[in-house]
Design a protein around this ligand. Structure first.
Ligand code: NAD
Length: 353
């Protein structure tokens, strides 16, 4: 009963117009930010996360403390593959929306643990869709796809109608599979589903496996950093998108989702990017400037498996459908990340004394 009460309390919106949202992957980078933003604006929020060990678990625990203590979001520790748990949650609470962010992320780890991608990104997604499908008032689903579905497509900027049949990694393949699975559930059961293709999301409380994060760490520790070339000897560039812009896009996707109670659901796929790709060299020089330190760079004249040379979003659809308008440029966004990084790791150092 204590557990049930905490779930119900956390799920209660602050006003009658507020939504009740289940956020999966809630102690992940994007999930933690989105949960706080939803709660702050008055929505009821319940978080779910299996606290996987893909990266530093203490960072996830810190995000959880932030969610629980500062925002009042209750986080259930559990797996999206656990059907009994999901049915229990959906039995306790009438969720109006699911913001589904739980996934095995990362491109390179797929070469080490391919099954974790199948388990979370495909099996887990299907399990969630099955449970949603069988609830009486089906919540609308907003979920994370990825710019990686554009794969080896060389036509930039990427727009939603472009081909996505050449994934360059198993991660990308599972995200693409997710889109097709979601479409089938929309088509057969009339679910309301929006897939958001995020483009390289960065910011405070970010993911330690991403380049901007470990470059910062390595520059501070004066460790050598390797800069890999893209395919065909080009430089790698990414459409870095700041976390607050992505969160605004997620919230707007929730607000504009067509509820399936209107009989027929809907299926949307929308890019959320920044529309200004930045090369890895520029990323490093910006970090050098902000940290006031020189990086020990080693340029590796060889592309890495799974990398695509360039990502660049066309965001016309997001503008139209979601009123999405990214506002943060890379230098400003990295400044906020670096400030968080220095504060967070300094506080950790002090607390371990
Ligand atoms: P993250 O790894 O920080 O967050 C994912 C969270 O999901 C983690 O906390 C993990 O413990 C949890 N999780 C994984 N498998 C689970 C399972 N089976 N059951 C319950 N919880 C599970 O990653 P993130 O960067 O916050 O990404 C969130 C979503 O956005 C993911 O779907 C990711 O693929 C997608 N995405 C992220 C980016 C990016 O640049 N960060 C880009 C494109 C797409």
């Amino acid at each position: 009963p204590a557990w049930e009460n905490r779930v119900k309390l956390s799920a209660k919106p602050r006003s009658c117009t507020g939504h009740t949202v289940l956020v999966t992957g809630a102690v992940g980078f994007i999930g933690a930010h989105a949960s706080v933003a939803l709660k702050r604006r008055g929505d009821g929020v319940v978080g779910l996360d299996n606290f996987n060990r893909y990266y530093d678990i203490t960072l996830k625990q810190s995000r959880k403390s932030k969610l629980v203590d500062r925002a009042g979001v209750f986080v259930v520790e559990g797996d999206i593959n656990d059907e009994v748990l999901l049915r229990r949650l959906f039995g306790l609470v009438h969720f109006t929306h699911v913001l589904h962010l739980a996934a095995q992320a990362g491109v390179r780890y797929a070469m080490i643990n391919p099954n974790s991608y199948i388990k979370s990104n495909i099996d887990g997604f299907v399990n969630l869709l099955e449970v949603v499908k069988s609830t009486i008032e089906q919540p609308a689903i907003v979920w994370a796809s990825s710019s990686s579905v554009y794969g080896l497509n060389s036509k930039v900027p990427f727009s939603e109608k472009d081909r996505t049949d050449q994934p360059a990694s198993l991660y990308a393949a599972t995200k693409k599979a997710g889109e097709e699975i979601a479409h089938a559930y929309y088509h057969i059961y009339g679910l309301s589903i929006t897939g958001l293709r995020f483009f390289t999301v960065y910011g405070p409380w970010g993911r330690p496996d991403m380049a901007y994060f470990f470059f910062t760490k390595d520059i501070l520790n004066q460790k050598q950093i390797s800069i890999f070339e893209g395919p065909n000897h080009g430089t790698i560039a990414r459409d870095f998108t700041y976390i607050d812009d992505i969160v605004k896009g997620c919230l707007s996707a929730i607000d504009t989702a067509n509820k399936s109670s209107k009989k027929k659901g809907e299926f949307r796929i929308i890019n959320l990017g920044n529309t200004s790709p930045v090369s890895v060299h520029k990323l490093v020089s910006t970090l050098e400037k902000l940290l006031k330190m020189k990086a020990k760079k080693k340029v590796v004249l060889m592309p890495r498996n799974g990398d695509v040379p360039l990502t660049h979003a066309n965001i016309s659809l997001a503008r139209m459908e979601l009123g999405y308008k990214p506002t943060m440029d890379l230098e400003m966004g990295l400044k906020k990340f670096v400030k968080w990084y220095l504060d967070y790791y300094d506080a950790k150092k002090k607390s371990s004394w």
